[in-house]
Design a protein around this ligand. Structure first.
Ligand code: GAP
Length: 461
C-alpha cells in the first residue's frame, strides 16, 4: 500500500472512530455512496459552511442569500439541459457485470478523457487504450461499449400515477438552478443592483456511477454556490476577481497553498467562456474542489425561453436592457471537509509514541475547548469543572470529559482537533487557577479562572 493510500485509510478510520463520518445505513449493510455526519462531523461541516457564508454573504454588500427548495418544476431541468445532457460515460465489465465511469477508468490508466466528450469520442479513446485498462473489481479486460448515463435522480413527487417514470420530477442536480429561477424575485424584493450575487448552500443529488474515494464523490451531497450577475462587457473582469477571491478563501480557511492548483477546462460546454477548477491534493491525487465558471447568459436565456418570462435587467441609470451574464463559484462541502481533514492530519513522535493530531484551524475545530476535572471521583473537582464548563459553553463550543486518565483524554481531543484543554486540579481549589494545554505545542500554562473565558475566546478567534 502506498503512503498516500495508508494515510487515506487512516483518515477514513479516524472519521468513523471519532464520530466525524459514518457510512449510511450501516446496520443494514450500508447504502452505497451516501454518508452520515456524526457529532464532530456536523460541527466541522457547519463551521465550513459558516466560514463560506460569512465570506460570500455577511461580509459583502453585493451578495444576498437564498434557500430554494430541493424539488422544482421539472421543466427547469429541461431548460438547463440536464434532462438531455447531464450524463457520464458508463461501461460494464462483461465478466463481473460491475459498472464503471469510462473517463475514470481512462484517468486511472493515465489517459486523459473528459466526461463532456461525446459518446463516439470517448469510445474511440476507450478502444485505443483497451489493453491498458483492467476491471478494478475482477481484473478482466473485457468491457462493453461506453454509453451515456443520465445522472439526474428521479422521483414521483406530486405524480400519483403508477407509471410516474414517464413524467418524473427530479431531486435537484445542482443548487444554482434555484438561484436562476429566483433571480427576478430577488431583484424585485431587495435593493441589489448589477453587479450582484445570490448565494446558496444546500443538498444536491446525482446518480453517480462509481462513487469512490469516501466522501469525495457521493450521490447525496451539499454545494455552496454563488451566482454573480454582471453586465456582459464586465463578465471576464469579474471572473478574474472571483478566481482570486476563491483561491484566497482556501488559504484563509487554512489549506496549505502547495496543496492547491488551478486546472483549466479544455472541453468547455458551448456557452461557457472559460472555466477553471481549484484542485486540492487529496491523498488520492489532485482533484476538483471548486469550479469557477464564466457562464455567459445561457442560464437566464434558457429559463426565459422555457418559462416565457422575461429575465432581462433594466439598468436604472443608463436605461440599457440586457440579459445579465453570470460568473459562478461552485464548491462542495464534503470535498472542503475532506481537504481540511487531509491537510490537518498529522502524526508526530512524542515520548516514544506516535501522537495523532488534527491540526485544524481553530475556527473550524468542532470543539474549541475541552474541560476536564483531574479526577472523576473527587466531587469538589467535578463540581468546579462543571461550573467552568457551564460558563465557557455560552461563548465557545465546549466538551466536558471526565473519562480515563488525563493523558488519554488529551489524545482523544488531539484526534478531533480541539485546540485547548482546560484541567481543574487540586491547586484550582486553592487559588482559582486552571491549566490550559495547547494542542499544537502541548505546552501547559496556568491561568486565573476569571481571565479564562476572554483568554480562550481571543486565542480561538
Ligand atoms: N453548478 C455547477 C456545478 O454543479 P459541478 O462541477 O458539477 O458544477 C460543483 O459541481 C462542485 O460540487 C464540485 O466542485 C464539487 O465540490 C461538488 N460536487 C459535485 N459532485 C459531487 C459529488 N458527487 N459528491 C460530492 N461533491 C460533489
Amino acid at each position: 500500500m502506498t503512503q498516500d493510500r495508508q494515510k487515506f485509510e487512516k483518515i477514513i478510520s479516524l472519521c468513523k472512530r471519532r464520530g466525524f463520518v459514518f457510512p449510511s445505513s450501516e446496520i443494514y449493510g450500508g447504502f452505497a455512496a451516501v454518508y452520515d455526519y456524526g457529532p464532530y462531523g456536523v460541527e466541522l461541516s457547519n463551521n465550513i459552511k459558516s466560514a463560506w457564508w460569512k465570506e460570500m454573504v455577511q461580509y459583502r454588500e453585493d451578495i444576498v442569500g437564498l434557500d430554494s427548495a430541493i424539488f422544482m418544476h421539472p421543466k427547469i431541468w429541461e431548460a438547463s439541459g440536464h434532462v438531455k445532457g447531464f450524463s457520464d460515460p458508463l461501461t460494464e465489465c462483461r465478466k463481473c457485470n460491475q459498472r464503471f465511469r469510462v473517463d475514470t477508468l481512462l484517468d486511472d490508466a493515465g489517459v486523459f478523457a473528459d466526461e463532456k466528450m461525446s459518446e463516439d469520442e470517448i469510445n474511440k479513446i476507450f478502444d485505443d487504450n483497451k489493453e491498458k485498462i483492467a476491471c478494478p473489481n475482477c481484473s478482466a479486460k473485457d468491457f462493453a461499449r461506453a454509453e451515456k448515463f443520465n445522472l439526474l435522480v428521479q422521483s414521483n413527487l406530486g405524480n400519483l400515477t403508477q407509471d410516474w417514470t414517464k413524467d418524473p420530477t427530479y431531486l435537484r442536480g445542482e443548487t444554482c438552478q434555484g438561484i436562476y429561477v429566483n433571480y427576478k424575485n430577488v431583484l424585485n424584493s431587495s435593493r441589489v443592483k448589477i453587479p450582484f450575487g445570490i448565494a446558496q448552500i444546500g443538498k444536491a443529488f446525482r446518480n453517480e456511477i462509481t462513487a469512490r474515494q469516501f466522501i469525495f464523490r457521493t450521490r447525496e451531497f451539499e454545494q455552496m454556490e454563488m451566482q454573480y450577475f454582471v453586465h456582459p462587457s464586465e463578465e471576464m473582469d469579474h471572473y478574474e476577481k472571483w478566481r482570486e477571491r476563491r483561491w484566497k478563501f482556501y488559504l484563509d480557511i487554512g489549506l496549505k497553498e502547495e496543496n492547491l492548483k488551478w486546472h483549466k477546462h479544455e472541453n468547455l460546454v458551448f456557452y461557457a467562456k472559460e472555466a477553471y477548477d481549484i484542485e486540492y491534493n487529496f491523498p488520492f491525487g489532485f482533484k476538483e474542489l471548486e469550479g469557477v465558471h464564466a457562464r455567459g447568459n445561457y442560464d437566464l436565456t434558457q429559463h426565459s425561453k422555457f418559462s416565457k418570462v422575461e429575465l432581462d435587467y433594466l439598468d436604472p441609470v443608463s436605461g440599457e436592457k440586457y440579459i445579465p451574464h453570470i460568473v459562478e463559484t461552485s464548491a462542495g462541502v464534503a470535498r472542503t471537509f475532506l481537504a481540511i481533514i487531509s491537510d490537518a492530519y498529522t502524526e508526530e513522535e512524542n515520548e516514544g509514541e506516535i501522537r495523532v493530531v488534527l491540526k485544524l484551524p481553530f475556527k473550524l475545530s468542532p470543539i474549541k475547548v475541552a474541560v476536564f476535572p483531574l479526577l472523576k471521583n473527587k466531587p469538589e473537582l467535578v463540581e468546579k469543572a462543571k461550573a467552568i464548563f457551564d460558563d465557557l459553553k455560552l461563548s465557545l463550543m465546549c466538551e466536558f470529559d471526565d473519562n480515563g486518565n488525563v493523558g488519554k483524554r488529551y489524545r482523544r481531543q488531539d484526534e478531533i482537533g480541539t485546540p485547548f484543554c482546560v484541567t481543574i486540579d487540586f491547586e484550582t481549589l486553592e487559588n482559582d487557577t486552571v491549566t490550559i494545554r495547547d494542542r499544537d505545542s502541548m505546552k501547559q500554562e496556568r491561568i486565573a479562572i476569571k481571565e479564562l473565558s476572554n483568554h480562550l475566546q481571543q486565542r480561538v478567534s
